[in-house]
Design a protein around this ligand. Structure first.
Ligand code: 13P
Ligand code: SF4
Length: 319
Protein backbone atom coordinates (compact mmCIF):
# COMPACT_ATOMS: atom_id res chain seq x y z
CA UNK A 1 0.00 0.00 0.00
CA UNK A 2 1.28 3.46 -0.90
CA UNK A 3 1.83 5.83 2.02
CA UNK A 4 1.18 9.55 1.69
CA UNK A 5 3.02 12.28 3.53
CA UNK A 6 1.14 15.52 3.99
CA UNK A 7 3.55 18.33 3.12
CA UNK A 8 4.09 20.83 5.95
CA UNK A 9 2.23 24.12 5.66
CA UNK A 10 4.34 27.01 4.43
CA UNK A 11 4.52 30.21 6.51
CA UNK A 12 2.11 31.91 4.10
CA UNK A 13 -0.36 29.03 4.42
CA UNK A 14 -0.01 29.09 8.22
CA UNK A 15 -0.63 32.84 8.25
CA UNK A 16 -3.76 32.48 6.09
CA UNK A 17 -5.05 29.62 8.26
CA UNK A 18 -4.42 31.57 11.48
CA UNK A 19 -6.23 34.66 10.14
CA UNK A 20 -9.24 32.56 9.02
CA UNK A 21 -9.43 30.63 12.33
CA UNK A 22 -9.09 33.86 14.31
CA UNK A 23 -12.10 35.31 12.51
CA UNK A 24 -14.25 32.16 12.72
CA UNK A 25 -13.54 31.59 16.39
CA UNK A 26 -13.61 35.24 17.47
CA UNK A 27 -10.08 34.98 18.87
CA UNK A 28 -7.54 37.69 19.65
CA UNK A 29 -3.77 37.18 19.44
CA UNK A 30 -1.75 39.05 22.06
CA UNK A 31 2.03 38.97 21.57
CA UNK A 32 5.03 40.17 23.53
CA UNK A 33 7.89 42.03 21.78
CA UNK A 34 10.19 39.06 22.48
CA UNK A 35 8.22 36.81 20.12
CA UNK A 36 9.60 36.01 16.67
CA UNK A 37 8.86 38.60 13.95
CA UNK A 38 6.33 36.39 12.11
CA UNK A 39 4.27 36.04 15.30
CA UNK A 40 4.48 39.77 16.08
CA UNK A 41 3.32 40.56 12.54
CA UNK A 42 0.18 38.41 12.80
CA UNK A 43 -0.79 39.55 16.31
CA UNK A 44 -3.70 41.90 17.04
CA UNK A 45 -1.65 43.60 19.72
CA UNK A 46 2.08 43.58 20.49
CA UNK A 47 3.22 45.14 23.74
CA UNK A 48 4.96 45.06 27.10
CA UNK A 49 3.59 43.18 30.11
CA UNK A 50 1.49 46.13 31.28
CA UNK A 51 -0.01 46.79 27.84
CA UNK A 52 -0.73 43.08 27.39
CA UNK A 53 -2.50 42.89 30.79
CA UNK A 54 -4.54 45.97 29.92
CA UNK A 55 -5.52 44.48 26.55
CA UNK A 56 -6.40 41.15 28.18
CA UNK A 57 -8.57 42.97 30.73
CA UNK A 58 -10.60 44.79 28.09
CA UNK A 59 -10.99 42.28 25.26
CA UNK A 60 -14.43 40.91 24.40
CA UNK A 61 -13.05 38.15 22.14
CA UNK A 62 -14.09 34.58 23.00
CA UNK A 63 -10.57 33.12 22.89
CA UNK A 64 -7.27 34.73 23.88
CA UNK A 65 -4.22 33.27 22.14
CA UNK A 66 -1.26 34.38 24.19
CA UNK A 67 1.97 34.52 22.22
CA UNK A 68 4.29 34.95 25.17
CA UNK A 69 5.24 32.95 28.22
CA UNK A 70 3.19 31.01 30.77
CA UNK A 71 2.89 33.70 33.47
CA UNK A 72 1.54 36.15 30.85
CA UNK A 73 -1.15 33.71 29.70
CA UNK A 74 -2.01 32.99 33.35
CA UNK A 75 -2.43 36.73 33.93
CA UNK A 76 -4.85 36.90 30.99
CA UNK A 77 -6.79 33.93 32.43
CA UNK A 78 -7.01 35.52 35.90
CA UNK A 79 -8.41 38.67 34.31
CA UNK A 80 -10.81 36.64 32.13
CA UNK A 81 -11.80 33.47 34.03
CA UNK A 82 -14.78 32.81 31.73
CA UNK A 83 -12.71 32.96 28.53
CA UNK A 84 -10.55 30.32 26.95
CA UNK A 85 -6.86 31.29 27.10
CA UNK A 86 -4.43 29.22 25.04
CA UNK A 87 -0.63 29.31 24.86
CA UNK A 88 1.28 27.81 21.87
CA UNK A 89 3.70 25.95 24.20
CA UNK A 90 2.87 25.31 27.87
CA UNK A 91 6.56 24.80 28.61
CA UNK A 92 7.31 28.46 27.77
CA UNK A 93 8.25 29.48 31.28
CA UNK A 94 10.50 32.21 32.74
CA UNK A 95 13.58 32.02 34.99
CA UNK A 96 11.98 34.55 37.36
CA UNK A 97 8.78 32.53 37.73
CA UNK A 98 10.74 29.25 38.00
CA UNK A 99 12.98 30.68 40.71
CA UNK A 100 10.13 31.56 43.05
CA UNK A 101 8.34 28.43 44.26
CA UNK A 102 5.11 29.01 46.25
CA UNK A 103 6.26 26.87 49.25
CA UNK A 104 9.58 28.75 49.52
CA UNK A 105 7.79 32.06 49.07
CA UNK A 106 5.30 31.24 51.81
CA UNK A 107 8.18 30.47 54.22
CA UNK A 108 9.91 33.72 53.17
CA UNK A 109 6.77 35.80 53.79
CA UNK A 110 6.45 34.34 57.30
CA UNK A 111 9.79 36.02 58.16
CA UNK A 112 8.27 39.46 57.44
CA UNK A 113 4.72 39.45 58.86
CA UNK A 114 4.37 43.26 58.89
CA UNK A 115 5.48 43.70 55.24
CA UNK A 116 3.21 44.32 52.27
CA UNK A 117 4.08 42.23 49.21
CA UNK A 118 4.67 43.70 45.75
CA UNK A 119 5.20 41.04 43.10
CA UNK A 120 6.58 41.67 39.66
CA UNK A 121 4.15 40.20 37.09
CA UNK A 122 6.86 37.66 36.07
CA UNK A 123 5.72 35.09 38.64
CA UNK A 124 3.21 32.25 38.86
CA UNK A 125 -0.49 32.69 39.66
CA UNK A 126 0.19 31.14 43.11
CA UNK A 127 2.74 33.87 43.92
CA UNK A 128 0.31 36.53 42.67
CA UNK A 129 -2.33 35.06 44.99
CA UNK A 130 0.05 35.64 47.94
CA UNK A 131 0.73 39.28 47.00
CA UNK A 132 -0.87 42.61 47.91
CA UNK A 133 -0.25 44.19 44.52
CA UNK A 134 1.38 43.28 41.21
CA UNK A 135 3.63 45.53 39.14
CA UNK A 136 5.40 45.48 35.80
CA UNK A 137 8.63 47.22 34.84
CA UNK A 138 6.55 50.09 33.39
CA UNK A 139 4.68 50.90 36.61
CA UNK A 140 6.91 49.50 39.40
CA UNK A 141 7.95 52.95 40.65
CA UNK A 142 4.33 54.17 40.73
CA UNK A 143 3.12 51.01 42.51
CA UNK A 144 5.88 51.23 45.13
CA UNK A 145 5.16 54.94 45.67
CA UNK A 146 1.48 54.14 46.26
CA UNK A 147 2.60 52.89 49.70
CA UNK A 148 3.62 55.30 52.46
CA UNK A 149 7.39 55.47 53.08
CA UNK A 150 6.82 54.03 56.56
CA UNK A 151 5.25 50.81 55.17
CA UNK A 152 7.81 47.97 55.08
CA UNK A 153 7.72 46.22 51.70
CA UNK A 154 8.78 42.97 50.08
CA UNK A 155 9.59 43.05 46.36
CA UNK A 156 9.68 39.74 44.46
CA UNK A 157 10.90 37.94 42.45
CA UNK A 158 13.34 40.17 40.48
CA UNK A 159 16.19 41.45 42.67
CA UNK A 160 17.60 43.60 39.82
CA UNK A 161 14.35 45.47 39.21
CA UNK A 162 13.84 45.61 42.99
CA UNK A 163 17.28 47.13 43.54
CA UNK A 164 16.70 49.69 40.77
CA UNK A 165 13.32 50.70 42.26
CA UNK A 166 14.80 50.83 45.78
CA UNK A 167 17.29 53.38 44.44
CA UNK A 168 14.65 55.38 42.53
CA UNK A 169 12.21 55.55 45.43
CA UNK A 170 14.82 55.79 48.21
CA UNK A 171 13.46 52.68 49.94
CA UNK A 172 14.88 49.57 51.43
CA UNK A 173 12.43 46.90 50.25
CA UNK A 174 13.30 43.32 51.14
CA UNK A 175 14.17 41.61 47.83
CA UNK A 176 13.56 38.04 46.76
CA UNK A 177 16.73 36.61 45.22
CA UNK A 178 15.57 36.02 41.63
CA UNK A 179 16.76 37.21 38.22
CA UNK A 180 16.08 37.05 34.50
CA UNK A 181 18.64 34.75 32.88
CA UNK A 182 18.54 36.79 29.67
CA UNK A 183 19.19 40.22 31.20
CA UNK A 184 21.85 38.77 33.51
CA UNK A 185 23.82 37.60 30.48
CA UNK A 186 24.85 41.06 29.21
CA UNK A 187 28.59 41.66 29.17
CA UNK A 188 29.68 45.00 30.62
CA UNK A 189 33.13 44.72 28.98
CA UNK A 190 31.61 44.23 25.53
CA UNK A 191 29.07 47.00 26.09
CA UNK A 192 31.81 49.46 27.12
CA UNK A 193 33.80 48.47 24.01
CA UNK A 194 30.73 49.04 21.82
CA UNK A 195 30.17 52.43 23.43
CA UNK A 196 33.78 53.35 22.54
CA UNK A 197 33.26 52.18 18.95
CA UNK A 198 29.98 54.14 18.69
CA UNK A 199 30.37 57.31 20.77
CA UNK A 200 27.32 58.75 18.96
CA UNK A 201 25.04 55.94 20.25
CA UNK A 202 22.86 56.04 23.34
CA UNK A 203 22.85 52.92 25.50
CA UNK A 204 19.31 51.99 26.63
CA UNK A 205 18.53 49.13 29.01
CA UNK A 206 15.70 47.15 30.59
CA UNK A 207 15.61 47.32 34.43
CA UNK A 208 15.84 43.52 34.71
CA UNK A 209 19.54 44.09 33.89
CA UNK A 210 22.13 44.06 36.65
CA UNK A 211 23.11 47.29 38.41
CA UNK A 212 26.57 47.58 36.79
CA UNK A 213 24.83 47.46 33.37
CA UNK A 214 22.15 49.98 34.41
CA UNK A 215 24.84 52.30 35.81
CA UNK A 216 26.14 53.02 32.27
CA UNK A 217 22.70 53.39 30.62
CA UNK A 218 21.36 56.72 29.31
CA UNK A 219 17.80 55.44 29.61
CA UNK A 220 16.14 52.62 31.58
CA UNK A 221 12.58 51.46 30.87
CA UNK A 222 10.15 48.68 30.04
CA UNK A 223 10.14 47.33 26.48
CA UNK A 224 7.42 49.77 25.37
CA UNK A 225 9.21 52.63 27.11
CA UNK A 226 12.48 51.73 25.37
CA UNK A 227 10.72 51.78 21.98
CA UNK A 228 9.06 55.13 22.77
CA UNK A 229 12.43 56.54 23.84
CA UNK A 230 14.06 55.45 20.55
CA UNK A 231 11.19 57.15 18.67
CA UNK A 232 11.16 60.39 20.64
CA UNK A 233 14.87 60.92 21.28
CA UNK A 234 16.68 62.67 18.38
CA UNK A 235 19.69 60.32 18.65
CA UNK A 236 20.21 58.25 15.48
CA UNK A 237 21.91 55.22 17.04
CA UNK A 238 21.00 53.07 20.05
CA UNK A 239 22.67 50.14 21.79
CA UNK A 240 19.75 48.11 23.09
CA UNK A 241 20.02 45.93 26.22
CA UNK A 242 16.98 43.68 26.32
CA UNK A 243 15.81 40.52 24.58
CA UNK A 244 16.66 40.71 20.86
CA UNK A 245 13.03 40.24 19.71
CA UNK A 246 12.35 43.90 20.56
CA UNK A 247 14.50 44.98 17.60
CA UNK A 248 11.77 43.95 15.14
CA UNK A 249 9.12 46.38 16.39
CA UNK A 250 11.69 49.02 17.36
CA UNK A 251 13.19 49.04 13.86
CA UNK A 252 9.69 49.32 12.34
CA UNK A 253 9.13 52.38 14.54
CA UNK A 254 12.51 54.00 13.70
CA UNK A 255 13.30 52.71 10.19
CA UNK A 256 16.05 55.28 9.63
CA UNK A 257 17.86 54.80 12.92
CA UNK A 258 20.62 52.29 13.71
CA UNK A 259 19.90 49.72 16.41
CA UNK A 260 22.71 47.63 17.87
CA UNK A 261 21.79 44.68 20.15
CA UNK A 262 23.81 44.75 23.38
CA UNK A 263 26.20 41.77 23.45
CA UNK A 264 25.91 38.91 25.91
CA UNK A 265 28.69 36.98 27.72
CA UNK A 266 30.66 34.31 25.84
CA UNK A 267 28.94 31.48 27.72
CA UNK A 268 25.43 32.63 26.73
CA UNK A 269 23.76 30.43 24.10
CA UNK A 270 23.20 33.48 21.91
CA UNK A 271 25.67 36.34 21.27
CA UNK A 272 22.79 38.80 21.39
CA UNK A 273 20.34 38.04 24.19
CA UNK A 274 17.49 35.67 23.29
CA UNK A 275 14.96 34.19 25.70
CA UNK A 276 14.79 30.45 25.05
CA UNK A 277 11.37 30.34 26.74
CA UNK A 278 9.86 33.09 24.56
CA UNK A 279 11.35 31.42 21.48
CA UNK A 280 9.58 28.09 22.23
CA UNK A 281 6.55 29.50 20.43
CA UNK A 282 6.44 29.28 16.64
CA UNK A 283 3.96 30.17 13.91
CA UNK A 284 3.12 26.46 13.53
CA UNK A 285 2.46 26.01 17.27
CA UNK A 286 0.36 29.18 17.21
CA UNK A 287 -1.72 27.74 14.35
CA UNK A 288 -2.15 24.37 16.11
CA UNK A 289 -3.17 25.90 19.44
CA UNK A 290 -5.76 28.10 17.75
CA UNK A 291 -7.07 25.17 15.68
CA UNK A 292 -7.20 22.71 18.62
CA UNK A 293 -7.95 25.36 21.29
CA UNK A 294 -5.19 23.69 23.27
CA UNK A 295 -2.98 23.77 25.30
CA UNK A 296 -5.32 25.75 27.49
CA UNK A 297 -4.52 27.62 30.72
CA UNK A 298 -6.52 26.07 33.57
CA UNK A 299 -6.25 27.50 37.08
CA UNK A 300 -7.96 26.55 40.36
CA UNK A 301 -10.88 28.88 41.13
CA UNK A 302 -9.53 29.98 44.52
CA UNK A 303 -6.18 30.96 42.97
CA UNK A 304 -7.99 33.04 40.32
CA UNK A 305 -10.09 34.78 42.98
CA UNK A 306 -7.08 35.58 45.19
CA UNK A 307 -4.75 36.60 42.34
CA UNK A 308 -7.33 38.85 40.70
CA UNK A 309 -7.32 41.31 43.61
CA UNK A 310 -3.62 42.36 43.43
CA UNK A 311 -3.78 42.40 39.62
CA UNK A 312 -6.86 44.61 39.63
CA UNK A 313 -5.12 46.89 42.15
CA UNK A 314 -2.22 47.26 39.71
CA UNK A 315 -4.54 48.09 36.81
CA UNK A 316 -6.41 50.67 38.92
CA UNK A 317 -3.19 52.39 40.08
CA UNK A 318 -1.86 52.40 36.49
CA UNK A 319 -4.89 54.17 34.98
P1 13P B 1 8.24 44.22 29.80
O1 13P B 1 7.86 43.91 28.39
O2 13P B 1 7.05 44.45 30.66
O3 13P B 1 9.22 45.33 29.87
O4 13P B 1 8.94 42.90 30.41
C1 13P B 1 10.05 42.34 29.86
C2 13P B 1 10.15 40.89 30.12
O5 13P B 1 11.17 40.36 30.44
C3 13P B 1 8.98 40.07 29.93
O6 13P B 1 9.30 38.78 30.22
FE1 SF4 C 1 11.53 35.58 31.90
FE2 SF4 C 1 13.70 36.90 31.19
FE3 SF4 C 1 12.49 35.36 29.40
FE4 SF4 C 1 11.32 37.65 30.22
S1 SF4 C 1 13.23 37.46 29.06
S2 SF4 C 1 10.36 35.64 29.99
S3 SF4 C 1 12.01 37.74 32.34
S4 SF4 C 1 13.49 34.68 31.29
Amino acid sequence: MKSFRIPPLTDTMLTDEILALKKNKDAIILAHYYQTSDIQDIADYVGDSLGLSQQAAKTDADIIVFAGVHFMAETAKILNPAKKVVLPDLAASCSLAEGCHPDDFERFLRLYPDHKVISYVNCSAEIKAMSDVICTSANAEKIVNSFPKTQPLIFAPDKNLGHYINQKTDRNMVLWDGACMVHEAFSIEKILMLQKEHPDAKFIAHPESEKHILSVASYIGSTTEMINYAVENPTQKFIVATEAGILHKMQQMVPDKTLIPAPANEDNHCACAECAFMKMNSLEKLYLCLKDESPEIILPEQIITRALLPLQRMLDISK
